[in-house]
Structures are given as C-alpha cells and as structure tokens.
Design a binder for this molecule. Structure first.
Ligand SMILES: Nc1ncnc2c1ncn2[C@@H]1O[C@H](COP(=O)(O)OP(=O)(O)OP(=O)(O)O)[C@@H](O)[C@H]1O
Length: 251
C-alpha cells in the first residue's frame, strides 16, 4: 500500500548544524494497517509524516503510494488522497467559516469548485448524518463558526473533514495530545471507528504508550531517523507499557 525505500532527509547538510532526520528509512505498510508511531523527541516522527505528505522533499529514496511513485509529487496533489491531522486543533479548519462550509470544502476536495457550489442541496442532510455520528451534538450547530468550537469538537470535525472523502492514507500527528484525557479518549474512539468503517490505512504519532498499544494493529519505534522496532501480532499483544519503556532505554 505504502512503501518507503531508503528515504533520507537531512537538514542543513554539510554544515555544523547538520541534522539527519531520516536515515535510509525503509518500511512497507499494508493496506488497512493502523500503525502507531513512537520515538523520543527528535527521532524523526514528524519528518516522516512531512516526507509522506509532501510538506518537505526527501533528499534520496522513494515513496510509493498504491503503486504510484509520489516522491516528487507536490503537496496539494497528495492532499487529495492523504488526510492529515495535527496536535493543534486550530490547524486544518477555517475558523471564520461555519461547520457546514468547512465540510463543503472538504467534501469537494480535489474538484474545481467555488464554495457556493461546494454545498449542494442534498449535502446538508449527509453532513447532518455525519456530524450526528460523532456523538458530540455538532449536528445542532451546523451554522456555527468553527472558531467557536472547543478543541475536542474541532479535532473531531477535522477528522470528519479528513475522511469525508475516504483518503488512501490518514496521517495523525499527536492529534489528541492537546486534549484533556476524557476528550482525548472520545476523539480516539471516533478515530478508531472511522478508520475501521472506511478501512483507512493510518499512521498515528503519539507519545502516549498506552494509546500506542491500545489502538491499531502495529507499533513502530523510531530512533535517530531509523525504525528500530516493529511490534505486531502476538508480540505486540504481550507487550506492556513498561516493556515499551524498557525498549526506549535500549534506543
Ligand atoms: N525544519 C527543520 N529544520 C531543521 N531541523 C529540523 C527541522 N525539522 C526537524 N528538524 C530536526 O530533525 C530531527 C527530527 O525532528 P522531528 O521533528 O521529525 O522529530 P520528532 O520525532 O517528530 O520529535 P518530537 O517528538 O519532538 O515532535 C530533529 O533533530 C530536529 O531538530
């Protein structure tokens, strides 16, 4: 589904500030995999998602998505098939536009359209159903400006926007880290439901080890720009948070 072959990213090469962020990283991701990504600060997790989404260009290597070489595809083209969420709930939505307008834009992703054309008559019913499925009462607030929503409501809406046209790949960059524990759990449960329902291949960065083991089917640990551990199947099921902490001691 997604193949990373020998991907390298170095910041400020050949200077005293040189930082190797991805070091000949190779990895294969199967269709429908939901992978949690762990690693210490500076391990290269965000750089990995930036390289996949096209926010930054790799220095070497290739990225193949669904059989297509996207290594040098511009970010806006990848955004048609790759959904992304960030830690900051303010990212990914237009705060001065209503919930309906934001959903309209997301729904028309990849099509040439103006906003007025983006929301068609039948769409409102669909948006209301989708919002109701989040279980946060947002269907009652479809004409509210998104800037007035709480962080959790906004992340749930951003998730809906990222998946309303099913993406090939969903990239989650600590998307619950800024939320209180109860809201974080709510957003994680919505995430899991959407990913399962639409069979979306997903990569999720987290520093929460419990979350890393609880959600998804694989966990990878990055260190110094390399994948140093892949946990799956029985080994993953038998792994505790303490075991994970010990693995961090190794790296
Ligand atoms: N835009 C940049 N310019 C220079 N160096 C960068 C840049 N982005 C990342 N780096 C460096 O690349 C390395 C990997 O950073 P990255 O942000 O990918 O790590 P991370 O695992 O996501 O860390 P964190 O958990 O702190 O978010 C680090 O050494 C970082 O300082």
């Amino acid at each position: 589904m997604l193949d990373l072959n020998d991907v390298c990213v170095t910041f400020y090469p050949n200077t005293s500030n040189e930082r190797i962020a991805l070091d000949h990283l190779s990895f294969h991701i199967d269709d429908g995999d939901f992978i949690s990504v762990l690693g210490t600060n500076g391990a290269g997790k965000s750089t990995l998602l930036n390289a996949i989404s096209g926010t930054l260009e790799c220095d070497a290597g290739e990225i193949i998505l669904d059989g297509q070489d996207i290594t040098y595809a511009p970010e806006y083209k990848r955004a048609r098939v790759i959904g992304r969420l960030f830690q900051d709930p303010m990212k990914g939505t237009a705060p001065h536009m209503t919930i309906e307008e934001n959903l309209g834009l997301a729904y028309s992703r990849g099509k040439r359209t103006t906003l007025s054309k983006a929301i068609k008559k039948g769409d409102r019913k669909f948006f209301l159903e989708q919002l109701a499925s989040l279980g946060l009462g947002l269907e009652e607030r479809i004409t509210t400006n998104v800037g007035l929503l709480s962080g959790g409501q906004r992340q749930a809406l951003t998730l809906l926007m990222a998946t309303i046209v099913t993406p090939k790949l969903l990239l989650l960059d600590e998307h619950t880290a800024a939320l209180d524990p109860k809201t974080a759990k709510q957003v994680m449960d919505i995430t899991e439901r959407m990913v399962k329902e639409h069979h979306i291949t997903t990569l999720m960065i987290t520093h929460n080890m419990k979350q890393a083991l609880e959600y998804g089917n694989k966990t990878i640990i990055l260190n110094e720009g390399k994948i140093v551990k892949v946990l799956e199947g029985e080994e993953r099921r038998q792994t505790s948070v303490d075991d994970l902490l010990n693995m961090y001691d190794f790296v």
